[in-house]
Design a protein around this ligand. Structure first.
Ligand code: PLP
Ligand code: SF4
Length: 408
């Protein structure tokens, strides 16, 4: 399925790369969005070209979007929180203002510099949970490796705004050795998450060295990779990459789609290549004001994800991070969305709504109130249509007797 409406104002030609481009030689033109970049398709489809041609400064932004009217504050915002937008992701922009979800997630806004006092650069207290540099160990059985500070695109809503992009670097050999020593000496760790930044921005040999070192620890059962490249740089999911990854099973990938406009033929093909390598995919969405805080948009997103074999895993309440206040929604909004999804869409398409609690308290799931009343002999529940039902407790036993006694 080819949908030209999703390829921006790109002029693609069938010329071999490197040949001099002349507008009169252009064989086909798909001009539907405001992004302008004339380039042969071979280059466009090369992830390295996409990385090298990321929009990194306001003058470059204006060059690619001549119609953009931007405030002079943006230079200041981009100097505090770096900007990077891949040409592919920029080509998904349709309107040059924050009513466009891709624009709002990628282009700096003056609001990023307006922080209420309760926000912090590290609300999850990750820096305090690092037994060795580059490794966050917050839960007994899981640990998270910050493999790099680089991402293909710097999400304006990033929870690691303090590290992502501030300088583009990755863990060195000695840092990796210390991390692996720690994991080896902590056999309770069964699940290692390779995150960042975005690990798929790394050269394949460095990425493989990290994955192979973690895999060499016998007590590690599963490896997870968190990456947004299927969404912002789908060209990155090459057959070379998937061939390398599949050597390290059981491996899982969690990606980060936030809006149905991110589901394109390119991103769907990237997800299919990952799934076809036997790697199950999950998705972590961040609930963002004005972008996806709408039940119908979330339904469309979740349905689109399962069609691509990507399981909606978490819907995150926006963290209390400096620079993202303008994206925050009331907790009630997330609960309304969960209420709307349940009973309407396949259970496979429903994520768990979680708040990553301030101060490093960890992820807390939130559900609409399905328990109406809790008595020793019965519990009164209500279903998605608000019909009340009574569930009798077992005759032999009190709810507080068992090992799993619920708290009303
Ligand atoms: C989110 C997170 C995990 C993984 O949590 P799951 O609920 O298992 O997905 C592990 N470590 C850290 C530090 C995290 O933030
Ligand atoms: S890809 Fe992830 S780490 Fe990178 S900027 Fe986006 S949210 Fe942050």
């Amino acid at each position: 399925m080819q949908d030209n409406s999703r390829t921006g104002g790109i002029v693609e030609t069938d010329e071999p790369p490197g040949e001099r481009l002349n507008i009169s030689t252009v064989s086909h033109q798909k001009k539907t969005g405001p992004y302008i970049h004339r380039v042969p398709s071979q280059l466009w489809n090369d992830w390295r070209w996409q990385m090298l041609n990321r929009i990194r400064s306001i003058p470059e932004l204006l060059k690619r979007f001549p119609g953009l009217n931007c405030s002079s504050d943006l230079e200041r915002v981009a100097s505090v929180y770096p900007m990077a937008i891949t040409p592919y992701y920029a080509s998904l922009i349709r309107r040059l203002d924050t009513s466009d979800p891709v624009f709002a997630m990628s282009v700096p806004q003056p609001a990023e510099l307006c922080d209420p006092p309760f926000l912090s650069p590290d609300p999850l207290g990750e820096e305090k949970k690092m037994p060795v540099p580059g490794l966050v160990h917050r839960y007994p059985d899981r640990a998270l490796v910050m493999a790099t500070t680089m991402c293909a695109m710097y999400c304006r809503h990033c929870t690691r705004k303090r590290v992502a992009g501030s300088k583009e670097s990755f863990i060195g050999a000695s840092e990796l050795a210390r991390i692996v020593d720690y994991i080896r000496s902590t056999p309770a760790i069964k699940d290692v998450i390779i995150s960042g930044g975005d690990p798929f921005t790394l050269p394949i040999d460095i990425l493989e060295r990290i994955i192979a070192s973690v895999r060499s620890v016998p007590s590690v059962e599963i490896i997870r990779i968190g990456t947004r490249t299927p969404v912002v740089l789908p060209q990155r999911i090459t057959s070379e990459l998937t061939a390398m990854l599949r050597k390290y099973h059981p491996l899982w990938i969690n990606t980060h789609f936030n809006h149905p406009v991110e589901i394109t033929p390119e991103s769907a093909a990237a997800c299919a290549r990952i799934s076809d390598a036997g790697i199950p995919m999950g998705n972590q969405t961040v609930l963002l004001r004005g972008i996806n805080d709408d039940p119908a948009i979330m339904e469309e997103l979740c349905r689109g994800l399962v069609r691509m074999r990507v399981r909606p895993y978490y819907l995150f309440q926006c963290d209390l991070v400096k620079g993202v206040e303008h994206f925050r929604t009331p907790l009630r909004r997330g609960l309304e969305i969960m209420e709307y999804l349940r009973g309407r869409v396949s259970g496979l398409a429903i994520p768990t709504f979680v708040v990553d609690a301030p101060g490093g308290a960890g992820k807390i799931p939130l559900l609409p109130r399905y328990i109406v009343d809790h008595q020793p002999t019965f519990t009164e529940l209500r279903n998605a249509e608000h019909r009340r039902v009574q569930y009798p407790e077992p005759a032999t036993g009190h709810p507080s007797d068992g090992p799993h006694s619920p708290e009303a």
